[in-house]
Ligand binder design. Sequence first.
Ligand code: FMN
Length: 379
Amino acid sequence: GDGGEGQAVKLASIADYRAASRRRVPRFLFDYTDGGSYAEQTLAANVADLAAIQLDQRVLVDVSRIETRVKLLGQALSMPVVLAPVGLGGLHARRGEVQAWRAARAVGIPMALSTVSVCSLQEVTQGAGAAPWFQLYLTKDKAANEAMIATAREQGCPTLVLTVDLPTPGARYRDVRSSLTGAPGLAGWLHRAAQVAARPGWAVDVGLMGGPIAMGNLTGLVGAKAPLSDYLGWIARNFDASADWDRLAWVRSQWPGPLIVKGILHPDDAALAVQHGADAIVVSNHGGRQLDGAISAARALPAIMDRLGGCIPVMADGGVRSGLDVLRYVSLGAAAVMIGRPWVWGLGAGGQAGVAHVLQLLRAELETAMALTGRTRLA
Ligand SMILES: Cc1cc2nc3c(=O)[nH]c(=O)nc-3n(C[C@H](O)[C@H](O)[C@H](O)COP(=O)(O)O)c2cc1C
């Protein structure tokens, strides 16, 4: 790239990566990633409620050896962090999901590839030499759902993640303002093109050299081009708003391996997920991108831990911006966290090296937080 690696060494924190990504990718892409729905209250609460959890400083404990490894659904993770599924995440750098999964694999943590990724599951699996987890959205096209699950099986995905908090997309004002959604005509195209022209490095790396810009897992439904003029509109028309708990049971019947249900906030829903065959859940409000006004994940987690009483692993996501935040979720009982925006900012700022450095930062911050709280093991 054009100095992505050199730049990466000078960035000290995940916040630095956010700023660097903002300078590097077109505005519609930065805002799509950074933003949440409506007034972005839940997005802000995810970050604020997590940051408000005080950590207990403990001293004179032997912390010369810190162990961050965990086991999750039969898999060994070098730390309790998973790259969250991020739709269009791969747009942030050339064949971006391949680069991100390579970085995660090198560190020894999983990545969940989104249904609406740019690169197909096959491309990502081939490009990194192993299958990632696959995240499924249920579309109205039953054959397409079946085909995606079958592909995940054929490719050897260790785990399937069914995301249940997007029967219909929440409104994201920033995407309207940037013409990423609801702007099918020439005016919208020109508006997006102007934003691309303001980021020539990205325009060459991704726009010119990085194609095809498609939804790799859905080319049968969408065609060979991603609907960048009406992304959320396409989702609203094609995702299956009729899905209910029986559909989870159906997915369960199609998938023999570990099945994670993502997007649970209510203890009753957590219990229902277990009843319908989930092997784990992710407590999540989709990064504050769906129901604005919903409870933050950090606040929702304790009641869900109580209700489930340890019968399955509970993961959480939303608002992790440092290794300290990873420890905060773990302290509430999370088996692992997912990170969404942080890895995408790393990718936008520095490609695979950027993602690798973001993960290195998280790891170092987690180890230090464990040492200063006098905990050598996450258990
Ligand atoms: C740009 C963007 C796109 C997303 N797309 C998906 C998706 O395709 N599937 C999914 O299950 N979750 C999706 N999410 C939610 C993330 O998986 C995750 O729950 C969220 O980003 C966690 O919050 P964080 O970004 O503060 O870490 C998306 C999030 C962002 C920011």
